[in-house]
Design a protein. Structure first.
Length: 215
């Protein structure tokens, strides 16, 4: 969702005040939607709130109403669900600049399918349905921007599902660390093995075997 310019704006968000983050949030939208005037950018930004969460806390919980949607501007999170055996399965890692919240459940004010847990201390900027719909209706460019990012997320999810179906565990691991070296270095064995669809023990054996490729 963010390009390099916007990522740089929020790189030190953990040290910024809320008002400083909001100013940079305005800069992000002014840069992303140059067609809007300063007053229109303020109109978009006014309905967003800053939320700071410590590591290993939940921003959304499966089975509860999805009443907010937003963007992670700092930190690292994961989407997870609990399978029929009670095991937690990670399905997606969310980095700075990525959207948070299940869009379909949000639009319908339905129940979340997944829980969103922070892995690191995180800063999220979020809004409610009323303001989201207002922005989409009043500013078509806002709606187009959101739609483009939803398409990107869908493509990422399809790619992950395909990798689970057509590759073995070692191939999935190698592909992940080669494609996401910085992210891999931030993940625990438990979080990464769950995402890759294997046990901790299997991932440990693979990493030992491929020691020169360890994340």
């Amino acid at each position: 969702m963010f390009d390099d310019y916007s990522l740089a704006l929020f790189a030190d968000s953990d040290r910024l005040t809320d008002s400083e983050i909001i100013r940079r949030w305005m800069q992000h939208w002014a840069y992303t939607m140059p067609e809007l005037s300063d007053e229109q950018v303020k109109d978009v930004v006014r309905g967003f709130q800053i939320q700071r969460l410590p590591a290993r806390s939940y921003w959304q919980v499966a089975g509860r109403v999805q009443d907010q949607i937003g963007v992670l501007v700092f930190g690292l999170c994961k989407l997870e669900y609990q399978d029929q055996h009670g095991n937690v399965v990670n399905v997606h890692f969310i980095q700075a600049g990525d959207g948070v919240g299940e869009h379909q459940a949000f639009i319908e004010q339905g129940l979340c399918r997944y829980s969103l847990q922070t892995i690191e201390p995180s800063v999220i900027i979020a809004t409610d349905l009323a303001h989201y719909e207002y922005c989409c209706q009043r500013y078509p460019i806002f709606y187009r921007y959101i739609s483009q990012n939803l398409t990107q997320v869908l493509a990422q999810n399809i790619a992950r599902i395909d990798s689970l179906l057509i590759t073995d565990g070692q191939s999935r691991y190698v592909r992940f660390i080669e494609t996401n070296p910085k992210l891999a270095a931030r993940l625990s064995v438990s979080d990464l093995s769950s995402y890759l669809g294997m046990s901790r023990q299997m991932l440990t054996r693979i990493r030992k075997k491929l020691g020169h490729r360890r994340a």
